[in-house]
Each structure stands twice: as C-alpha cells, then as structure tokens.
Design a protein around this ligand. Structure first.
Ligand code: C2E
Ligand code: CA
Ligand code: CA
Length: 504
C-alpha cells in the first residue's frame, strides 16, 4: 500500500489537478517518496506536467499576441491602426536636456476614395491601397511611426527636437512626391492620385487624440482645387511655412504667366589631341519671380514635384526646347540635340511617351534631336517600370541619359537591362578629382562600366584644367561644366555655339 498504491493515488490526484488547470500543470508535480516502487513513472509524470504547462503558456502567448496584433493593425495593409498610433503617442517620453521634444503628426488623406473604389472595383482598390501604404512607408524614415487609420486615411508620427515648420513642410512634400504618382489606375490619368496632408505638432506625451483631431482640422482646411497640398493646424505654425505655401501659389501663377524660361548649357565631346566639339546641350529651367528675382530650380523643382505643378512646368520646358530646335533648323539648317530633365514624377507618368511624341510632332522635329535625363535614384525607384519606360523611349528613338550617376543605388543587372545611351557622372565625384583618390576611383569605375555597357559617359560639373586632363586620360566621351560654358539663355547659346558652327 505504501510503496505502490499511495504513489498511484497521488499521481491520479496530481493528474486531475493539472487537467483542471493545465497552464499551471507544473505546479502539481508529485514529490517522490524515498521508497516508492514506481519512481520512474512519477518522474515521467512530472516531466509531462512540465511540458503541458509550457506548451499551454506558449499557446496562450501566441493567441494573446495575435489578438493584440489584430486589435492594433489594419487588416488590409497590416499597418498599425488608430489604437496603435494612440498607444505609440502615449508612450513617447518627453524630450531630455534642452531638447524641446516635440512630436508632429501628418494625416495623409487620399482624395476621391469612393470614386476610385467605384471605378476600380474593391479588389483593385484594395491593391491600390496596399501599394499606397508601401509607398508611404518608403517615403518615411525608419524612426517614423506609420499607421493606417482606415480606408483613405493614413498617419505618420515623427519625433522632432524643436518643431520646425519649414522642415515639416519639406517632409510633407517628400511624402506627397512619394505617394502621388505612378499608380496603376488603368486609365490615362498618368496614374496620379490626389493626396492632401494635415499637419499638427505638440510636445511629446500630450494626449494623442488631441493631436489627431488637430491634424484632422488642418486636413479639413486643405482644398481639392488648391495647388498647396498640405496645411498646418493653426493659429500659425510660423511664417516660414506660410511663405513656402505662398511660393507654391506664385509658381502656379508664374508657369501660366510665362515667368519661366529655359537656359542651355553645352555638352562637349573630346576629340583626339586637345580638340573638342559640341555634342549637345542640357536644357535647364529658370524662374524670374516678379518680387524675388531669379529663384533657383533647386528650390522650386522639389516644390513643383510635390504639388503636381511639375507636369505643366515640364510641358512648358519640353515645348520650349522643341520649338527652339525647330527655329534653329529653320534658320541655320542645323541644331544640336537638346536634353531635358525629367523629375521622378514626370518619369512615372503613364502617358509620358505620348506627351513626348506630341511635343515632337507639334514642333515637326524628329526624335533624334531630343534626349531625356532621369536621375539614377528616380530610375531605380521602380526598376520594372523603368525598364518598360526606357524600352518605349528607345522604340520612339529618343535618347536616354541617367543623371547624377553614382549617387543612387544602382543594380548593375538592371542598368544593363535599361541600356541607357548615356550615363552622367555626378558632379560631386568630378569636384574631387585631384584631391580625393576615392572619387577618382569611382570616376574610373563608372567610365569602365560605361565602356562595358556600351554607353557614353558624360562628366558633369567640370570646372578646371586638371579635371579635363584626368577625363581625357581616362577616355571619357563627353563633358559639361563651367569650364566649357555656363548655362545661358537661348539667344546667347545660339550666337556662341549654333551660328558659329554653321559658319565654320
Ligand atoms: P542637374 O540636372 O544635375 O543639372 C546640373 C546643375 O549643375 C545645373 O544647376 C547646372 O547649372 C549646374 N552646373 C553645371 N555645370 C556646373 C559647374 O561646372 N559648376 C557648378 N557649380 N554647377 C554646374 P541648376 O540649373 O541650378 O539645376 C539644378 C537642378 O534642378 C538640376 O540638376 C535638375 O535636377 C533640376 N532642373 C533644372 N531644370 C529642370 C527642368 O527643366 N525640369 C526638371 N524636372 N528639373 C530641372
Ligand atoms: Ca540633368
Ligand atoms: Ca546632374
């Protein structure tokens, strides 16, 4: 009785207790007596209890984790939802030291969502939203908290030190440029979406609901027909942000009022010995603002890009370039090839080829007079699409050049597929020729890459003799920069490069 029956009864009791509470099964282990005859059975029993308890706890944790995930994520995009955003905002620690420690919230709204849903059907619309969410995430930094509040509403929470409105405007523009273009809408709209952003900011640790509401109020003040696509929660987030918005409105007016004009910068080809000849010219846009004077494209191109104004602006530049070629052909019987810059959003327009063709047809010129420059980073954004776009350019007979080469992250496999006619070594590497061995090595590598891929290599931003000597030694095809000629208005370019060549 003592050696067998009693231990068996204890085992039974323990089994029943463990069965009633499997999560804590291991708290019912049986202490073996010193002379139990069924010691092995007891050991096995205890081990089993331990395993049961552990597995139950794991199941529970997984289920809890899953429930938590579901309650904190939007099922369609798998992104954190409103509850998760509020929790994230609650958990932000106030700034330390002198840092003010602010958080800003960008409420991103896709306009006309219902119309899209009706025209695309819900399945394609879901796909569109997922694509939109992915683009939004890509446009944000790793420290930004991106959430999907449902249907057409997304939110990005971002930590700042001091809140700087101009920086916030810049970030809003980055988001807009990232998400507004190149979607598959199955129509001729160029795949562009109308997006508006409401911005609010406050100290860290404030009530998240307040922040979301303020961003909602700001969003409600944006208008579908305005060229400014974001708004700050008032009273006033500062003059800087307002003046930026004013600049966008000025730019819209300036494009139609003809305040924009083009300048041309020669690209030269190196000949043997020390000769050079004109290989073509790059078309660069200029804006004479009635009050501010000349505004740099480095300032207004990004604004135009994020507000959609880049499309009418690009049309203008393209039309001006084409009519210039026509004019030179008419008067001199000869014209150089002109290269126009295409920004990322222009490049992702689905009807880009039609627009280019129309511009050529309108000016009655053949495609070999036209070249487009697209930056390496824009080309690498969506490599499948770029390959298709470049193939269409090629079949049209328009030359393509990859700009700012060396600053993006090119996949060499894709570069080969893109088969561009030209790559342009970014100015930053040319700048360092003669002073930085690494930059020289990069120039070298790009030159050899171009030779291997069979495309021409242009060095941009060439300013001095030493750079020219280096490039000549390395058999660089072409160069562009202040050393050979600054960008100048069409009349001046004609006098120094077109008329003289014809005379010669
Ligand atoms: P980008 O395409 O890389 O253009 C080259 C820029 O370098 C031009 O500045 C040009 O004036 C400048 N540059 C050329 N040679 C030298 C040199 O030897 N030294 C120095 N320091 N600079 C040189 P710009 O005209 O201010 O244009 C800036 C950027 O604005 C362009 O960079 C391009 O990304 C954009 N951009 C200009 N025009 C257009 C346009 O019509 N459409 C689009 N989408 N973007 C444009
Ligand atoms: Ca360029
Ligand atoms: Ca460039």
């Amino acid at each position: 009785h003592r050696l067998v029956l009693r231990p068996v009864l204890r085992l039974r009791e323990s089994s029943l207790a463990a069965g009633a509470n499997p999560d804590a099964a291991d708290s019912h282990v049986v202490a073996p007596g010193p002379r139990d005859e069924i010691g092995e059975l007891i050991e096995a029993h205890n081990a089993l209890l331990g395993r049961v308890a552990e597995s139950k706890r794991r199941d529970r944790a997984i289920a809890e984790e899953r429930a938590r995930f579901l309650s904190h994520h939007e099922p369609l995009t798998g992104m954190p939802n409103r509850a998760a955003l509020l929790e994230h905002l609650r958990q932000l620690r106030p700034g330390t030291g002198n840092a003010a420690g602010t958080v800003s919230l960008y409420l991103v709204n896709l306009l006309q969502f219902r119309v899209l849903n009706a025209s695309l059907g819900s399945v394609r619309c879901d796909g569109l939203l997922r694509g939109f969410a992915a683009r939004l995430k890509q446009a944000c930094g790793p420290g930004d908290f991106v959430s999907h509040l449902g249907a057409d509403r997304f939110a990005v929470a971002r930590m700042n030190g001091e809140f700087a409105p101009a920086k916030a405007a810049e970030f809003a523009e980055r988001i807009l440029a990232g998400v507004s273009w190149g979607h598959d809408l199955g129509d001729a709209s160029g795949g562009s979406l109308a997006v508006r952003i409401g911005i609010a900011a406050g100290v860290r640790g404030l009530d998240g609901n307040t922040l979301v509401n303020e961003a909602e109020l700001a969003l409600a003040r944006t208008r579908a027909d305005d060229v400014v696509h974001y708004e700050f929660y008032s009273p006033a987030f500062g003059e800087e942000a307002k003046s930026r918005q004013a600049l966008v409105r000025d730019l819209e007016r300036g494009i139609t009022a003809g305040e924009l004009f083009i300048v041309l910068q020669p690209k030269i080809a190196f000949l043997d010995e020390s000769g050079v000849r004109l290989a073509g010219a790059e078309v660069l846009v200029r804006w004479r603002h009635p009050a501010r004077g000349l505004v740099s494209p480095a300032e207004f191109i990004p604004l135009a890009e994020s507000t959609g104004l880049i499309v009418p602006l690009g049309e203008r530049v393209l039309a001006d370039a084409c009519s210039l070629i026509r004019d030179w052909l008419d008067r001199h019987g000869w014209a150089p090839r002109l290269a126009v810059n295409l920004s990322a959003s222009q490049f992702s327009l689905r009807d880009l080829d039609l627009r280019l063709e129309a511009a050529l047809a309108l000016a009655r010129i053949t495609p070999d007079y036209l070249e487009v420059e697209v930056t390496e980073s824009a080309a690498m954004k969506d490599v499948q699409r770029t390959a298709a776009t470049l193939a269409r350019m090629r079949s049209l007979g328009i030359k393509v050049s990859i700009d700012d080469f060396g600053t993006g992250y090119s996949s060499l496999a894709y570069l080969k597929r893109f088969a561009p006619d030209t790559i342009k070594i970014d100015k930053s590497f040319i700048d360092d020729i003669g002073t930085d061995r690494n930059s020289e090595a990069i120039c070298d590598a790009i030159l050899r890459l171009g030779q291997a891929l069979g495309c021409r290599v242009v060095a941009e931003g060439v300013e001095n003799e030493a750079q020219v000597a280096f490039l000549r030694r390395r058999r660089c095809d072409e160069a562009q920069g202040y050393f050979f000629g600054r960008p100048v208005p069409a009349g001046e370019f004609e006098a120094s490069w077109v008329a003289t060549r014809v005379a010669a």
